[in-house]
Design a binder for this molecule. Structure first.
Ligand SMILES: *Cc1c(COP(=O)(O)O)cnc(C)c1O
Length: 236
């Protein structure tokens, strides 16, 4: 039985219970959207948490982990190199000079948001690096992501880069707009991308508080932190 309390109860649940509760929520939201839950990958964002938490989650069956800072991600990937079948997803803003290092441990980069980053990652690889182009759904250029009107040229650049394999689009919902309408705009932009690249049909959207809205608008990759990990420690 999965407890179904509100967020106040979150801290009292065990890690396994929070994971099960989130997975049940994903299944419910997928059913409500008429989508198979198997279409949806849940990435557990473990930023600021110790490597031990990743180990516990791995023992519970989690294989997809998200991090947003290179130094921390790289240290965890090294410390946890013994864990089988791990995929690290890099979900944070990425400096061009760090990009090649990130590509050594990350299986997927969600935050391609400018031409210089594509150039930095354009180095010969055995298998192309899976990536998402991040779109900025806010009016604040300081938030990560390419402006919607610059999305298609950036997508074309990624498609011309053999070292990269485009999975689709990624976004974070703005704070000042309902998540559902923001994710609907992302879905429309995804349609423009798939018109160019039919295989790039994945959508990375949805966090702890808006994953249901993201699933309703076609998200295939959820990036879930606190709903599973509990509150994050203060970053070091
Ligand atoms: C931290 C983070 C998340 C997870 O956020 P929660 O609200 O804890 O679920 C998702 N995406 C990105 C880009 C993040 O930095």
């Amino acid at each position: 039985m999965v407890p179904n309390g509100d967020d106040r109860a979150l801290g009292q649940l065990s890690l396994a219970e929070r994971l099960a509760r989130l997975q049940a929520g994903v299944t419910d939201a997928a059913m409500a959207a008429g989508r198979p839950a198997s279409d949806i990958t849940t990435i557990v964002v473990t930023k600021f948490h110790a490597a031990g938490l990743v180990r516990e989650l791995h023992a519970l069956g989690v294989r997809n982990f998200g991090e947003n800072r290179h130094q921390e991600a790289s240290a965890k990937a090294q410390e946890l190199a013994d864990l089988p079948e791990m995929t690290w997803h890099f979900v944070g803003q990425l400096q061009s000079k760090k990009a090649r290092q990130v590509a050594t441990y990350a299986g997927v980069v969600h935050s391609i948001d400018r031409p210089a980053l594509v150039t930095a990652l354009s180095v010969p690889r055995e298998t192309p690096l899976d990536c998402f182009v991040q779109v900025n759904l806010t009016r604040d250029p300081a938030r990560g992501g390419v402006a919607p009107n610059e999305l298609l040229p950036l997508v074309e650049q990624v498609l011309e880069t053999p070292a990269l394999r485009l999975l689709g689009v990624m976004a974070v919902a703005p704070l000042d707009e309902g998540a559902r309408s923001a994710f609907a705009r992302l879905k429309a932009l995804s349609g423009e991308v798939t018109a160019l690249a039919p295989d790039a049909d994945r959508i990375s959207a949805g966090m702890s508080h808006d994953y249901r809205e993201a699933i309703a608008e076609g998200a295939t990759h959820l990036r879930i932190g606190t709903a599973i990990t509990g509150n994050r420690p203060v970053p070091g």
